[in-house]
Design a protein around this ligand. Sequence first.
Ligand SMILES: [Zn+2]
Length: 975
Amino acid sequence: MQFEVGNSYNNFKLLMENEIKEIKGVCRLFFHEKSGARLLYIQSDDDNKVFSISFRTPPTDSTGLPHILEHSVLCGSRKFPSKDPFVELAKGSLNTFLNAMTFSDKTMYPIASRNDKDFVNLMDVYLDAVFYPNIYKKKEILMQEGWHYEIDNVEDELKYKGVVYNEMKGAFSSPEQILFRKIQETLFPDTPYRHDSGGDPEDIPELTYDQFKDYHKQYYHPSNSYIHLYGDGNILEHLKFIDEEYLNNFKKVEPNTTIPLQAPFDKQQEVVVEYPISTNEKEDDKTFLSLNFAVSQSTNPELHLAFDILNNILLGSPAAPLKKALLESGLGKDVFGSFDYTVLQPVFSVVSKNTNLEEKTRFNEIVFDTLKNLVKNGIDKKLIEASINAYEFRLREADYGRYPKGLIYAMKSMESWLHDADPTMHLSYEDSLVTIKTALTTDYFERIIEEYLIKNLHRSLLIVKPKKGMAAEIEEAVKNQLKAFKDSLSEEQLKELIKQGEELRSFQDQPNSQEELEAIPLLELKDIDREPEKIELIEKDEQGIKVLHHPDFTNEIVYMNLLFDTSHIEKELIPYMSLLTYVLGKVSTDKFNYEELSNEVNIYTGGIYFNNEAYSKKDNDEVFYPKFTLKSASLVKHLPKLIDLSREIIGNTLFTEDKRLKEIIQEVKSRLESVILNEGHVVAAKRATSYFSPLGYYQEISNGITFYQFLADLENDFDSKKEDIKENLAKVKNLIFNRNNLLVSVTVEDKDYNEFKETFKVLLSDLKETNLEKADLGFKPAPLNEGLLTSSKIQYVAKAYNFRELGFEYKGHLQVLKTIVSLDYLWKKVRVSGGAYGAMAGFSRNGNMYFASYRDPNLKETLQVYDDMKNYISEFKADTREMTKYIIGTISKIDAPLSPSSKGDRATAYYISGMTYEDLKNERNEILETKEADIQNLAKLVEKLMQENNYCVLGNENKIKQNENLFNNMIDIFN
Ligand SMILES: [Zn+2]
């Protein structure tokens, strides 16, 4: 079908059409004249279709209004009046993406699906949600999602509760998050960017119901909206649907939401912010120092690309001069840069982590001295080439993990579109790259540094420093504030609050009616493929080495993984092996110093990384296969270089640079700290699994809290331990790389396999052949039930066990149970009523299972919720429609689209654990055939699992100490 600019299609006037080969799509920009809505349709042959509607939502304060609204509009609407259509879609649609996101200036509502019917259903629910939400009729939605007073009896203490309130308490527990939330406040003091759109827990309770409704009225209008469509769908049908069902009902208005520019500063600003640490923690080395620059405007695509690359040049690799200068001067244990281009005036930041307030002047000096030196003496051209190539590789690969491509393009287009500029300017990059590549022979980047960093006074020095006991102080202050408020109330007013709480609870407890549930569109089981997707895996033998070939269209890229079995590595050496994954490629070798090595890798490859993972036998967690893996990618034409570099790293790495080694240990430790604070649910579940599972135990010592403590020990005592460290790294490296324990996995097109095979031979010639014997880990199960203390304001509560140990077998029904309990039982009990941000469940084929909560204000109540689950399951009722919904939701998780490299990884993992296509087929059948009774029959399994009482809680030290009797042991992890 031909489109003509100027013509109207279903009331959408076509304003612009251009083909963008970088994203393999044709972009058409439409304007809906009646309602004032803008719409960008990117037509491509990608079947993973994306729809998104966004609104310009600059915050007017820090009550988190845009964020609370984002949650609330998904709690029921005109056509879909059930309390949680969002959850209903998560339970029962084939979505490949379903979420909503609040940025500092916009709110986006994206969905994706590969199924046409499902796609339109999802679009319908989302459009109805944003334009006709039930928030006007139900005050309870704001109370539940935002905040409310909680009190049951007149004599009780008054408390704040609410989903976003707790979510943000969690966010404000992490110093890194505090830092990034505050940067904008320092640079844009006169614009909406000074406010926190997510909500500061101190301000959230100031939000009123009227403000909330008014904001929706003004900002959620088509004239203030930006609609994206992407993929191989039917354009005219989609336009017709959106016009007739929604936009046609609105008249164009002037929304007045334009975001003003911040006037530049005449001098650098300095701001100090505090964050809480626990009473036992030391304050030394826990400060963040950051320099932040406002860089031009988001409507300058070439500069944007250039800054992304410059960030990598200055701070991204071991060869990066600014990172090196800061690390070498001992200023911080981790140094990184960031370039935030989601705001009108993009922000470039240099951050030094784990340092001290007294260092701020030196930090400032070193940053500017280094930048000035680079301008004066020029940046190493090899480094520039390496950084451009690494960036270009990622652009061409376009692998965005679980994010559909179309969503990434929608997000990129918003950077300019939100500020009334061409929405496609950031989607094409070839021309910009050509200009940027002139940097190889000119002073392109040096000029950028001079103009946008050195001479730029629109900048801030933001310091985030620790304060002992601050969490308790805040708690106390909130308590007093609430007490004062309570004292000011008459008994009547108090009773009114209690009544409101009761109304909220009855709103939450009242099940959706049949009619409400059936309003949500649902596919039928016959719309679902009976057969699981087949991932091709061809077993080959190359000179006695097993090679798993996954033929796939990879756009001239080869993905090569070398997996070395490490069952023979002694327990004491396992943490060194984990450390080695971070050291290889980051220190010097015989031929290259570490900066040269980093440049070579970035010039010729898409990266060479290492990890150590353990794969369990499919049905037994006591039999597992630990692997030390070299993961890599390159263009097929650069295969010889990839092999050469891999050989150099595996064979000739030197462990002689004490200083470098110490830097690496500090950096890894510092990054693990962030993981512990931000992904505590994973950490706690892993720890709880290590009490009973040999596999879990192995994973804990290699990558869990035990590994973190190992690093902390090495760091504290580096000088006396350094000879041991170097010796052990060399020893373990020697033990790992061997022909006899090697398995190769390669993802490349058939036509290029021979090229691989020939080049790969060279690598084998270096490897020795020794016989290896399995080591004994000496694992003894013990329910340690630990409380892991942090300064966090919330908890992560995990309970885990192995159902095979208790005599149960794996069935596909367990995956349906997972969908049911995560999205119904746990969602309602832990999130909606408990006020946690989330809760999850997992059942592995090997028998290991867990329940975990995320950013949870509770502790023992959550453990009780897990224990009570058996009743919910035994009384579980679902008619055919309801069952179909859970089955479809389960299948959608299993069928999530994968990139070629992830497909290769999955096929290899199946191969190692002994999973066959038959197994997948049986599992799928069991899922598709699941009946109400199958779920009810799992009550016994869950009951017995919970009776084992195997748990671990990570979080607020006071909360854990208050529940002391629950724990066998309490550990101050950061001490
Ligand atoms: Zn949220």
